[in-house]
Design a protein around this ligand. Structure first.
Ligand code: AMP
Ligand code: MG
Length: 479
């Protein structure tokens, strides 16, 4: 099956017109293909080469429609940095329809009813970042929207300076956000809250359809999924940067990648978003922000779910699910199998030691995965060695309790401690090259994005330490 032979349906358009704006994409000038993800294409049942599909660029540019496709933008509201904005919506994303359980969307395809002051465009720089990170998060085992292809163009787009417009074709099982419910609740449109909940159950939680108490159970599923996703973010050192409720997917997956970053050196209070002056969305705040966002969702659902009951579900399950997932990953990252309650102290000590040692988070765990008692390779990558040395002495004692062989432990650790992480300085290098029309690095990064735990000898330069000037930098929100 070729991509251009897909037949789409548009179930979202069966909802009432208040839910969306039927709008045509505005094509970019001289569009050209930059990259395709065959792994993402497989999700749609596409086996034929995407590059050989002569319609691909036109489909991404909105000048050719897939069969059954009707284009539209979705309406939503959201809490941005704690403040409620009653109407946001897809200001630059245009949906094409759905196939094989995935909703196809063009990001950067022009203005919609919800563009407000925006130009409806996405620049090449941010599109490369979103394209690659979508695939990388999946490679790391984190639920996320995916990216099928990326096109560039000659269209000038005004940001801090002139840049070129690009479009990413994104896929997600759902594009409904916490903010979609907030939109209708804030307008007092309680019937539409229920209509949307029925749609969400059908799309994301079909096992709950017609089950007694299904709306509360839907909320419970959202709580658990969100907690699991955030736990996985924390385990790989991912900082999303803009956890507004309009950027929270209703099925708990990660969406809307903006000024995100992976930690270079471990720094609990790292803030990747340059405009986040209060550090609301700092790395360590992410679990509590997710909890706060889920409480806003509980409010938005209060016409169909008892608010007190929803809050008690949130209290009972969020922290529990989060801790369980996070600790189980972190113990595996440490190579601990015979876990008991005393290990939490060793883990907390590790985080303190990493912070005081000033050490690359990813590199530490990957190096620890080869640990055979020789502390040198680990101490060499720390700026301050004493805190780490003391911790490693305690770790040596703790490892004596483990029953499996050293080799077996190393294998297990290498399968959970990624070698390749798309840190900002690496993405920036790919962007700088792309700005000079050299897209070769995007291909390399896609390869490690899909298989971050494997060794790719020819790409080992991608694991070199982050240059000091580029460590834990803040990123502009402009995109
Ligand atoms: P974000 O923080 O990127 O998720 O964006 C917040 C809101 O602003 C969303 O409703 C976006 O669709 C909208 N938006 C962001 N950039 C643009 C743009 N260049 N043109 C139109 N709308 C935009
Ligand atoms: Mg957004």
């Amino acid at each position: 099956m070729k991509f251009s032979q897909l037949k789409l349906t548009t179930p979202y358009l069966n909802l009432e017109p208040l839910f969306f704006d039927e709008v045509e994409p505005t094509p970019l000038k001289n569009p050209f293909l930059i990259s395709v993800s065959h792994e993402a294409a497989k999700l749609l049942g596409v086996k034929d080469s995407l590059e050989m599909d002569e319609k691909l660029v036109d489909i991404l540019n909105g000048t050719h429609k897939l069969e059954g496709s009707k284009t539209f933008a979705m309406c939503y509201a959201g809490h941005q940095f704690g403040y409620f904005v009653p109407r946001l919506g897809d200001g630059r994303a245009i949906n094409l329809g759905k196939v094989n359980g995935f909703n196809l969307q063009l990001k950067g395809a022009g203005q919609t009813l919800y563009s407000r002051q925006g130009d409806g465009r996405a620049v090449l720089r941010s599109s490369i970042r979103e394209y690659l990170i979508s695939e990388a998060m999946h490679g790391l085992g984190i639920e996320t929207s995916r990216a099928l292809a990326l096109i560039g163009s000659d269209t000038d787009v005004a940001r801090e300076r002139w840049e070129k417009g690009a479009i990413v074709l994104r896929l997600s099982p759902t594009w409904v956000r916490f903010g979609t419910f907030e939109y209708f609740n804030a307008k007092g449109e309680h019937q539409k809250v229920q209509t949307l909940a029925d749609y969400v159950i059908e799309e994301s939680f079909p096992h709950l359809k017609d089950v007694e108490g299904m709306y509360l159970k839907m909320y419970l599923s959202i709580v658990k999924n969100t907690a699991t996703t955030i736990a996985r973010w924390q385990s790989v050192g991912f900082n999303h940067g803009v956890m507004n409720t309009d950027n929270m997917a209703i099925d708990g997956r990660t969406i809307d990648y903006g000024p995100f970053a992976f930690l270079d050196d471990y720094e609990a209070n790292y803030v990747c978003n340059h405009t986040d002056y209060d550090g609301r969305y700092s790395f360590n705040n992410q679990p509590s922000v997710a909890y706060w966002n889920l409480a806003q969702l509980a409010k938005a659902l209060s016409s169909i779910v008892n608010y007190e009951m929803a809050l008690s579900v949130l209290d009972k399950y969020f922290g529990f699910t989060y801790e369980k997932e996070y600790l189980s990953i972190m113990y595996k990252k440490m190579g601990l199998i015979e876990v008991d309650e005393k290990d939490i102290e060793l883990f907390k000590w590790l985080l303190r030691a990493l912070e005081s040692a000033t050490i690359d988070y990813t590199l530490f765990f990957r190096t620890l995965s080869h640990y055979d008692g020789d502390k040198k390779p680990l101490l060499e990558i720390a700026v301050f060695q004493t805190p780490l040395k003391e911790w490693l002495e305690a770790y040596d004692i703790r490892l004596q309790k483990e029953k499996i062989s050293k080799q077996e432990r190393h294998e297990k650790m290498l399968a959970i401690n990624p070698k390749y992480i798309l840190k900002n300085h690496i993405l920036q290098e790919a962007i700088d090259k792309a700005n000079d029309s050299d897209f070769s690095m995007i291909k390399d990064l896609l390869k490690v994005a899909h298989n971050p735990y494997l060794e790719h000898e020819e790409l080992n330069h991608l694991t070199k330490p982050t240059p000091t000037r580029a460590k834990n930098i803040k990123l502009s929100c402009s995109s």
